[in-house]
Write a new protein. Sequence first.
Length: 310
Amino acid sequence: MSKSSWVVRASVMLVLMVCVTLAVDAQGVGRAFVSVRGVNTDPCSYLQPCRTFGRALEVLQAGGEIVVLDSGGYGAATINKSCSIFVPLGIHASVSPASGDGLIIAAGATDTVLIRGLNMSAKGGVNGINVTSVGVLYVDNCQISNFSADGIRFTAPNALLVVKDTEIRDAGMAGLYLANADPIKAFVTRCNFSGCESGVEIDGQSSLVVSDSSASNNVNGFVVNNTSSAPAVMTLSQARAVNNTNGVITSASGSGAANLSFVYSLMSQNSVGLSVGAGAVARGSNPGTTAISGNTTDVSGVLSEAATLY
């Protein structure tokens, strides 16, 4: 092969490699890897991981997955597409902002986001996860603590939130806060909320079901505080409000109703077990299955006749 032919072939190969690289960059990768040994100029592959969630999200295609390879901090980030952040068992991956929010989710109205296994402990941050727009958000097996405002703040209109096997502690406002004039639906199961101003609080056109979860050592455990014209609805099933100042509060200062239903639940060792304010309705959906006892004041306000207690 002549020298000139070799040069031509090498030039063609180089052009092809550049074109392939540009195509991959434009299209994004389906799976991005992050590591404390990674570098953000690397392609976020398994062998060449990047360093932060922010960089991984830049190269990730919609619907892709970010996988954490080892323990360490990976930085605050904004999520604007369908994706998953997955932390395998045995790895301690954290987001610990000194200011602002840990994760901002500003995705599309039909996008789905999953966050699994992440530890979020603020060093001065405001909200752990601040959700302004999304279709569905799943938060699974996460630890969120020490944020000055809310652990999870969910104000995305016409959206669904599912939180399971998660602990939220020491939030300056609410562990979980839901509010919007448009409908929000949320399901919480096997979660704990402690040391917060309010463990869980909903407002506006929110509908929340809490199952097999606890609120303890908060100022307020579970709160329906409706300031809007649309109804806010909370259902407690096998929920426990223990050792709070107020175990469960329901009140409506707006024109919309604040509706609370509870079944197979416990409100005990609080200053006030259940507080029913003006414009609010609280009822036991299965008489005789909920214990509101052992509080300084068991019930403040008026329960519906269906709420037989023991």
